[in-house]
Ligand binder design. Structure first.
Ligand code: AMP
Length: 498
C-alpha cells in the first residue's frame, strides 16, 4: 500500500464532497486526487527523479497540501519548511537535505537547481497530462524529512518512511479519532508542516473535510470553527492559552469533539480552565519528530483532576519503557528516561550516523531525551527534557514543575524556568514570567514558598514583556537562559521591568 492508493481511493469513494477548504476555495476528493496526479507528473517533467528531496516553503494553504501529496505520488521526498522560520534557517535545511527543488512563495532563501514559485503551480497543473501518477516506493525508503532541534545545536532531519506514515495513520485512527466519519471536520489551526499535518490523512481516508486556517488567531479560529462545524483540531499549549484568554471564547457555539494538544508541556491550571470552559474534549498527545505525535495519549475521559499532569498511556501499537542510565527498565514511581518503539518511529537521522546511533538502539528502541515516571495504573508523567534539568545544590530540579506553580499564580500568564551558573549552588533556579496584571517579583517568589521545596524555589523572578517561542509556539528556555547570561555580561538589554 502506498499513500497514493489512499488518496485515489478517497477520490473514488467520496467524489464531489469537500476534501479541502481554505477561505472561499474548496477542493473535492476527486479534484484532490486529480490535482496531485497532475502536479506529480509536472514535477517529474521538470527533471526530478524518484528519491529526490523537494523543499516546500509554502504557508498553510491548499497549494501546500496539494504539493505535499503530489510529491508522495511522484516518489519524491518532502522537506517541509516552516514559513515562520528565518531565511537563514531555511537555507540551512535546504542545503543539508540536498534538495534538488524548492517550491516557495516570495524571495527564496537560497537557490537550488529547480526553483518553482507558488504562482507557477496552477500553470504546471494545467499543462500536465491527466491520469494516475504512481511511482512505487519501497515502504522503507524515505518519504519525508522532518527537521527537529535547532535549539540544541544544528537542526537534524528525521527520516520517516512510507511505513512510518501508514503506521501514524493507524495510531490516530485506533486511539485518537476512532469516530471519524464523512461529517467530521478537521480544522488545521497550527502549521501543517508540523503536528497538525498528521491529522490530514486520517480525515481524508474517512471522507472528512480538512479546513485550513492560514494563520492562527483566536478570533479567526472561532469564526472558522463555527462556520464549518469543526469536530477536531490540534493546538500547542500556547494556542490553548491564547484561546482561553479571548473574550469571545465562552460565547462561541463550538462543535469540537476533540481538541488535541501536545508538542510541549501544558500547565494543569490552563488545562483545567480549558475543560471548564470548553468541556471534556481535551486529548493530550505526547510525541516527538522522531516518533510523530504518538508515544502516549491522555483521553478526554482520563482528564480527571488527579491525572491532569499526566501525558497518558501508551498508544495501542506503541511500546514505551522508562529506563535508568544503565538501561534497566524501571517500575512505578522511579524516575528515568522515556524510550519508545513502534513502526511509526524514525528510520534514522539524515546523514547523521552518530546521532542515530546515540538515539536509536539496534533493536529499534528510541531514546526520547525526556525524563518521566509511571504511576501504579500505567500513566506516564513527564518531568522534563533531560537537557533542561537544573542541578541546584546537588538536587535535580525539573523546570516544568516550577513553571506549573508560577502559572498557578493569578497574575502570571507565561513562565520559563532555567538554571543560571552559581558559585554556591552550581546552578540557581531563575524564572522569567509574563504578567497579565501587575505583580511584585518578591510576592511571586513568596507565593512559591508554600508550594515548592526550598531548592526548587526560584532565587530570582524576572518580569519580561514576552517570552521567546519557537515558530511552532514552544517556549525556548535555552533562549531565555542565553539572554539572561548575556544580560549578566552586560551585553544586551533583555527586559522591560514593569
Ligand atoms: P518535537 O520533536 O519538536 O516535536 O519535540 C518533542 C518534545 O516535545 C518531546 O520530546 C517532549 O519533550 C515535548 N512534548 C511533546 N509532547 C508533549 C506533551 N504532551 N507533554 C509534555 N511534553 C511534550
Amino acid at each position: 500500500m502506498q499513500i497514493a492508493d489512499l488518496i485515489r481511493r478517497a477520490g473514488r469513494q467520496y467524489g464531489d464532497a469537500p476534501a479541502l477548504i481554505d477561505g472561499e476555495r474548496v477542493v473535492s476528493f476527486a479534484e484532490f486526487d486529480a490535482l496531485t496526479d497532475r502536479l506529480g507528473h509536472a514535477l517529474l517533467a521538470r527533471g526530478l527523479e524518484p528519491g529526490d528531496r523537494v523543499a516546500v516553503l509554502l504557508p498553510n494553504s491548499i497549494d501546500g497540501v496539494v504539493t505535499y501529496y503530489a510529491l508522495a505520488k511522484a516518489g519524491l521526498v518532502r522537506v517541509p519548511l516552516n514559513a515562520r522560520e528565518t531565511p537563514h534557517e531555511h537555507a540551512f535545511k535546504i542545503d543539508d537535505s540536498q534538495a534538488r527543488a524548492l517550491v516557495h512563495v516570495a524571495d527564496p532563501p537560497t537557490r537550488v537547481e529547480i526553483m518553482i514559485t507558488a504562482d507557477e503551480l496552477p500553470g504546471m497543473i494545467e499543462s500536465a497530462p491527466e491520469g494516475p501518477c504512481d511511482v512505487p516506493r519501497d515502504p522503507g525508503a524515505p518519504f519525508r524529512l522532518a527537521y527537529t532541534g535547532g535549539t540544541t545545536g544544528k537542526p537534524k532531519a528525521v527520516v520517516l518512511t512510507t511505513r512510518s506514515e501508514l503506521a501514524e495513520i493507524d495510531n490516530f485512527l485506533v486511539d485518537l479519532l476512532p469516530n471519524l466519519r464523512p461529517e467530521s471536520v478537521m480544522l488545521h489551526a497550527a502549521p501543517i508542516t508540523h503536528g497538525s499535518g498528521a491529522f490530514f490523512l486520517p480525515h481524508l481516508v474517512k471522507g472528512a473535510a480538512n479546513v485550513i486556517l492560514p494563520k492562527f488567531t483566536p478570533a479567526a479560529f472561532l469564526e472558522v470553527a463555527q462556520k464549518h462545524r469543526a469536530t477536531t483540531t490540534f493546538m500547542v499549549p500556547t494556542m490553548i492559552g491564547m484561546l482561553l484568554e479571548h473574550p469571545d471564547t465562552p460565547k462561541a457555539d463550538l462543535t469540537l469533539e476533540r481538541l488535541c494538544y501536545g508538542g510541549a508541556p501544558i500547565a494543569t491550571s490552563v488545562l483545567q480552565r480549558g475543560i471548564d470552559l470548553l468541556g471534556p474534549i481535551f486529548t493530550q498527545l505526547y510525541g516527538q519528530a522522531e516518533a510523530p505525535l504518538a508515544i502516549t495519549c491522555l483521553q478526554p475521559w482520563e482528564h480527571t483532576p488527579e491525572r491532569l499532569a499526566s501525558a497518558g498511556k501508551p498508544y495501542t501499537f506503541v511500546e514505551v519503557d522508562i529506563r535508568d542510565a544503565e538501561g534497566r527498565s524501571l517500575g512505578p514511581g522511579e524516575v528515568g528516561e522515556v524510550l519508545t518503539r513502534g513502526p511509526h518511529t524514525m528510520d534514522h537521522y539524515w546523514r547523521r550516523p552518530e546521532a542515530t546511533a546515540q538515539t536509536k538502539e539496534p533493536d529499534g528502541w528510541l531514546h526520547t531525551g525526556d525524563i518521566g515516571r509511571w504511576d501504579e495504573q500505567g500513566y506516564l508523567y513527564l518531568l522534563d527534557r533531560r537537557h533542561d534539568v537544573i542541578i541546584s545544590g546537588g538536587f535535580n530540579v525539573y523546570p516544568r514543575e516550577v513553571e506549573d506553580v508560577l502559572l498557578s499564580h493569578p497574575a502570571v500568564v507565561e513562565a520559563a524556568v532555567v538554571g543560571i551558573p552559581d558559585e554556591k549552588w552550581g546552578e540557581r533556579v531563575t524564572a522569567a514570567v509574563v504578567l497579565r496584571s501587575p505583580a511584585d517579583p518578591e510576592e511571586i517568589r513568596a507565593f512559591c514558598t508554600d508550594r515548592l521545596a526550598g531548592f526548587k524555589r526560584p532565587k530570582v523572578v524576572e518580569i519580561w514583556p514576552e517570552l521567546p517561542t519557537s515558530p511552532v509556539g514552544k517556549s525556548l528556555r535555552r533562549e531565555v537562559r542565553d539572554r539572561m547570561l548575556a544580560a549578566q555580561r552586560g551585553e544586551a538589554p533583555r527586559r522591560e521591568d514593569s
